[in-house]
Design a binder for this molecule. Structure first.
Ligand code: HAM
Length: 450
């Protein structure tokens, strides 16, 4: 095949044969979030570039190296969202959610775009499920969103995902910490990469998540932020840990987690798996008490997380977690000849209106080919319509799994189908591993006492 072009590097098609896994993952996440009081928000895929420069921070790798930024035809600088938080905060402010009762809890399923080096679990277009909780400074909220992320993993039956938490303090603690970092990294100034030489002056904390191997090595000896927490931040962190303990959520404190985005304050956390290679962080988040104000709103302590859906799908595959089978057609209506095809069109329409998945052969192939097709589709039942069946108003409904055939009238087809399907399902029902005798329920087989 001479394709004129291929998919862009770092993007992935999701095929019909796999999409049920994505749908199951997304539905599980949304359903769990709903239980915690989150409502879905949808924001545009692109925003004005300054939203991310200000929100995510212009010394971060994401803004400096990874954003898909372009001028539109009106000459405005536009960026494809590299993450979901900044857009959600903009919408929270612009659309007046900030005037509603706080906290406001929103969740989203979004595509994100980062120009990173693609590898397993790292794409240029990827998808996140995220939550944002606006307007609470309580450590209860920190523990609650962590519990929500864990609930999603538990519902998916994913195992061996460890939770690492840290506190990176408030701007006050950060000032002292940045000074300590500057002093430490200054000794190595000549060995640092060019971006980090600049970061050393503007935002030394960003040196800690530089991806250059040499800088990573140097960063290993750097002071850790948790040693610089003020009393209030320390108390907040202790309370978060208490609330996690109260829910039996296991964690380790990892003082080196600082997260790669500038907006974080106080609690930060990551869920990490060792089963999917180097890109094992399946979820990251934390508090961002200053972001809403930074983007033009009132002082609004807030927090959230996002999980990478592609990474979770890798993990689901690696751990072979049970995923509900995709639906197959309830019935395939095979038709031969014009008259029968018209009847088939009518039957599938009636069946679909009643909620059944009903298909016919759009290509009107031979009967043999239609049967093969029905088999491939995995239809549970089939019927064959020819001139005779239409004239007599009767045909046979065949259960493709058991081979059993039952006569069915065409003029009451839908109710007939319902009765046959239901009675076969009931007959199949097993209770405690034994076939259940429905007759006994109504005393039909009970000869005692007669
Ligand atoms: P993040 O750590 O940049 O945080 O991304 C969150 C998650 O998205 C990561 O843990 C990872 O699972 C996934 N992810 C990130 N980059 C890629 C990539 N290139 N390919 C595949 N998956 C990726 C945020 O985006 C924050 N907005 C999270 C947040 C929400 N914090 C507070 N609220």
């Amino acid at each position: 095949m001479a394709l004129i072009t291929k998919a862009i590097k770092g993007t992935k098609d999701v095929l019909p044969s796999e999409v049920h896994k994505n749908q199951y993952l997304e539905a599980t996440a949304l359903e769990a979030a709903e239980r915690f009081g989150y409502k879905e928000i949808r924001t545009p895929v692109f925003e004005h570039t300054e939203l991310f420069q200000r929100g995510v921070g212009d010394t971060t790798d994401v803004v400096q190296k990874e954003m898909y930024t372009f001028d539109d035809k009106g000459g405005r600088s536009i960026t494809l969202r590299p993450e979901g938080t900044a857009g959600a905060v903009r919408a929270y402010l612009e659309d007046g959610l900030c005037n509603e009762t706080l906290p406001q809890k929103v969740c989203y399923l979004t595509s994100c775009y980062r120009y990173e080096k693609p590898q397993a679990g790292r794409l240029r277009e990827f998808h996140q499920f995220g939550v944002e909780c606006f307007g609470t400074q309580s450590p209860l909220a920190d523990a609650e969103i962590i519990a929500l992320a864990k609930t999603i993993f538990d519902k998916l039956e994913l195992k061996d995902i460890r939770l690492e938490i840290n506190s990176i303090g408030c701007p006050e603690c950060r000032k002292k910490y940045q000074e300590a970092l500057k002093e430490y990294f200054s000794q190595y100034r000549d060995e640092l990469c060019d971006s980090c030489k600049d970061r050393l002056e503007r935002n030394p904390m960003r040196l800690l998540d530089c991806k250059s191997p040499q800088d990573k090595e140097i960063a290993k000896g750097a002071p850790v932020v948790i040693d610089f927490l003020c009393e209030e931040c320390q108390e907040h962190f202790d309370a978060v840990k208490r609330y996690l303990d109260a829910q039996n959520i296991e964690y380790t404190v990892n003082p080196t987690i600082v997260r790669g985005l500038d907006y974080y304050t106080k609690t930060v956390f990551e869920f990490i798996s060792d089963s999917i290679g180097a890109q094992g962080t399946v979820c990251g988040g934390g508090r961002y008490d200053g972001l809403v104000k930074e983007l033009g709103g009132q002082d609004t302590p807030s927090l959230g997380f996002a999980m990478g859906l592609e990474r979770l799908l890798l993990l689901m595959d690696a751990q072979d977690v049970p995923v509900p089978e995709p639906n197959t057609p309830d019935i395939f209506v095979a038709a031969l000849g014009d008259k029968a095809t018209l009847k088939a069109v009518e039957l599938v329409k009636d069946m679909r209106e009643e909620g059944w998945t009903a298909l016919l052969d759009l290509n009107q192939r031979s009967l043999r080919a239609q049967m093969k097709y029905a088999d491939k589709l995995g239809a549970t039942y089939n019927v064959v319509l020819g001139d005779n069946e239409v004239d007599e108003g009767i045909t046979k409904l065949k259960n493709m799994n058991t081979g059993e055939e039952t006569e069915i009238a065409l003029d009451t087809f839908v109710s007939g189908f319902y009765n046959i399907a239901l009675s076969e399902q009931l007959a199949d029902l097993e209770i405690n591993g034994e076939e259940f005798d429905f007759g006994s329920l109504f005393g039909l087989n009970d000869s005692e006492g007669e």
